[in-house]
Design a protein around this ligand. Structure first.
Ligand SMILES: [Zn+2]
Length: 760
């Protein structure tokens, strides 16, 4: 491997902390304020630290003053000539200007140490003219000859406990942590950190007590720059929020301004209110305007999919059961197909061809399934190259692999059976884009598939290889290069089979490039167990009508085992019935996917389940059928808050599975979890009617009663109420004076769509 940086590097951390910590006698704590009637921000006139962050409408002080020990920024320089050292270089001068009532300009200068004598930091903080939001930008000047590795800005210390706290963040689809301080206190790092674009699918995090107030953090980056968001728990039980920006390493610049603003604000309500606030901005961005789904360039068969089968192995384990299920359902069933490839899973990439069952057999099976109306999207990882493969030696891809800041490649061993690793390839190189595009070409043009599921797609890496034709380290080249890749793929492949290109995970910046997004978090318990978190449809709440989401590990059988893995670890039985105790978990996963507006998916489906797990399979098929009658809501609708009603709970058994058979034979871990027996999702159609999807997983009949005000959904004050079940649609009643009252009872495991259709 080529080592790019043979020398050591060090990071200069500017201990701005010292300005106040060591010179506390100089700190006056006299403050300069900006306020807009909704928010009030107060900065120390002596050193510029943020001391006051108050909501004025729902009176609340977010910051515990005594916990603030530093400045609202931190800058780290990269240097590869010396060993790591921590110079206490501090700004000795601070001044501010208030050019207008809502704006503060904060200047730090006169840094100690000769090498930073020209450095000046200027931050501009502006309040929104109408909303409880503030916008933060920062510039570092006098940096010629130096390279900024990261700028943390804003860094907001001392966030005091709000009350009955929850932390909502779009980790892929979305996650809600109960009592985040308690969760963080149990972590070694005491922090939680998310990378964007990547595991964080949107730029929006909400910390709140829904009955009191919420702390809203986001940014308005429309160009997909690499960044991290984090929360850290401090010793005083306060939180520090940090947004870490990674500029490209560039010593020729004398001045650097982060190319977007951070947004910090307060809000009243819960994560849905935060999502609504973010949506106002998100749907106006280029990625929404150019998203493939609303622009009708997604293949019809993909859009029309009623149910996905996600199976693995040879065609008779994948396509045959999918065709059978399609005949039973009488609606479009399509396939996501793993382990079709010639190589062993998670080590032999990208030596996918020829398929393991042989080219002719594969093509015949794919064509036959297509004739029966079943299309196939095949798995190919768009990031990884196995470094123990023959092609790794022959094609010398290491020159085009991602390098970290020390010049090391990023390799990881996923395969626990062989211990062989995969190495991350750099999307910023034409070498890797050409290679991956040629693989897609073969999958679609030669092997006649209907597209590729691009594993690990909605993510990025920071690559520091200066021989690659992209900016070094930070920047936004990954996503722009991903756009080049998908354009290149689409220009190469034949339209004959209407190929689709879907990604793993979801991400706002990938909306113009991917036809569909895999949101597995709907089945998160199955791979992450049970903890102080809940999956929430945060991404769908913002982008549902812009993104087609699908995918789930939801299954009724034990994990499969790749026949190309070592025989010695192969379990006696794979894909056999899971214990019936876990049936309700399956129902829960399918109910969530239904009400959250996803295309339903079953993993490892086999026709024996039709009799062995008849209730569960019937439930899934009923969901697919009912959803198909309500696509204007569940596929095309905009997310709305569901009405308040009673959501009874029950403790159920949860299986945490190794996705594949475990090495020591144990592949299922059991948990208990209290879950809701009733799921709801509310969607507004383009014709202005509202559909409320309800799914019960209860063994008993559930009464459902709710009252809503038509104004809450911006509906006229009179109209009709319908109910649709798999038996058809019926008029339930009408409403007037804006008061909508619904009283129904759901049969055991009942499903329905309640429709509110306003009079024109
Ligand atoms: Zn690179």
């Amino acid at each position: 491997m080529k080592t790019l940086y043979s020398n050591f590097f060090f990071v200069l951390v500017f201990y701005c902390i010292s300005l106040c910590a060591t010179c506390s006698e100089r700190i006056t704590r006299e403050l300069v304020f900006i306020e807009n009637g909704k928010l009030q921000l107060g900065f120390d006139k002596g050193n510029g630290s943020l001391i006051v962050y108050n909501d004025l409408v729902n009176p609340h002080s977010f910051i515990e003053k005594r916990a603030v020990t530093g400045l609202p920024w931190e800058i780290n320089f990269y240097n590869h000539e010396e060993e790591e050292k921590k110079d206490k270089i501090i700004p000795t001068s601070f001044n501010y200007m208030k050019p207008e009532p809502f704006t503060l300009i904060l200047n730090w200068s006169d840094f100690s140490g000769n090498e930073n004598k020209n450095l000046k930091i200027t931050a501009i903080v502006t309040l929104d003219s109408k909303k409880a939001l503030s916008y933060w930008s920062i510039t570092a000047k006098g940096i010629k000859g130096k390279q900024i590795q990261s700028i943390i800005f804003p860094k907001i210390e001392g966030i005091a406990e709000i009350g009955n706290e929850k932390l909502a963040f779009p980790h892929w689809m979305g996650q809600l942590i109960n009592d985040p301080r308690s969760v963080l206190s149990k972590r070694g790092t005491k922090s939680i950190d998310w990378n964007y674009p990547g595991p964080l699918s949107m730029q929006c995090i909400a910390l709140y007590d829904k009955n009191r107030i919420g702390f809203y953090a986001s940014c308005n980056d429309s160009l997909a720059y690499t960044k991290n968001f984090s929360y850290t728990l401090d010793t005083l039980n306060t939180l520090t929020y940090k947004l870490t920006n990674y500029p490209s390493l560039d010593s020729t610049l004398d001045s650097y301004t982060i190319p977007y603003e951070a947004t910090v604000g307060s809000f009243k309500g819960d994560w849905i209110n935060a999502a609504e606030q973010y949506r106002e901005w998100g749907v106006k961005q280029k990625w929404s305007r150019e998203s493939r789904f609303p622009n009708k360039v997604v293949p019809n068969w993909l859009e029309n999919t009623a149910l996905w089968v996600w199976n693995r192995g040879m065609s008779d384990n994948v396509l045959t059961p999918a065709v059978e299920l399609k005949q039973k359902l009488e609606l479009p069933v399509n396939v996501i197909w793993h382990w079709w490839h010639g190589c062993s899973y998670d080590e032999g990439f990208p030596e996918y061809f020829p398929p393991r069952e042989g080219g002719k057999s594969f093509i015949d099976a794919v064509s036959s399934a297509q004739q029966n109306g079943v299309n196939s999207m095949v798995y190919m990882n768009q990031l990884q190259w196995g470094d123990d493969t023959e092609s790794w030696e022959k094609e010398q891809p290491s020159n085009f692999a991602v390098k970290d800041i020390n010049g090391n490649m990023l390799s990881h061993t996923y395969n626990i059976f062989t211990g062989k690793s995969l190495t991350n390839m750099c999307m910023g190189t034409s070498f890797w884009r050409n290679k991956y595009a040629s693989l897609c070409d073969r999958a679609v043009n030669t092997y006649q598939t209907n597209g590729v599921y691009m594993d690990q797609a909605c993510t990025h890496r920071r690559c520091y290889d200066s021989n690659h034709s992209h900016s070094i380290g930070g920047g936004n080249y990954w996503v722009t290069s991903f756009g080049k890749l998908t354009n290149q793929i689409r220009s190469k492949v034949s339209d004959k089979n209407n190929p689709a290109f879907a990604g793993e995970g979801c991400g706002e910046v990938f909306l113009p490039f991917l036809d569909a997004m895999l949101t597995l978090q709907v089945s998160r318990e199955r791979y992450a167990g049970v903890g102080e978190w809940e999956t929430i449809p945060f991404f769908q709440a913002v982008y549902h009508e812009y993104a087609l989401t699908y995918g789930s590990y939801s299954s009724l059988v034990t994990p499969p085992y790749d026949e190309l893995w070592p025989k010695e670890y192969s379990p006696k039985e794979t894909e056999q019935l899971l214990d019936a105790d876990f049936n309700k978990q399956f129902l829960m996963e399918q109910a969530r996917a239904f009400v959250w507006g996803m295309q339903p998916t079953i993993a490892n489906y086999h026709s024996f389940l039709n009799s062995e797990r008849a209730e569960e399979i019937d439930y899934l098929l009923d969901i697919a059928k009912l959803r198909y009658q309500a696509l204007k809501y569940l596929l095309y609708g905009e997310f709305c808050r569901s009405p308040q009603t009673d959501y009874p709970e029950e403790e159920i058994k949860i299986s945490k599975l190794s996705i594949y058979a475990g090495r020591k034979g144990k592949s299922v871990t059991t948990f208990n979890k209290k879950v809701s027996l009733l799921y709801s999702g509310t969607w507004k159609a383009k014709d202005n009617s509202v559909g409320i999807a309800l799914a019960s997983i209860s063994n008993d009949t559930l009464p459902v009663h709710f009252s809503i005000n038509s104004e809450d959904y911006k509906l006229s004050d009179k109209g009709k109420i319908y109910i649709t079940t798999t038996n058809g649609k019926e008029l339930l009643g009408s409403y007037s004076n804006g008061l909508i009252n619904v009283e129904i009872s759901l049969q055991p495991r009942g499903l329905c769509i309640v429709e509110i259709v306003p009079s024109v």
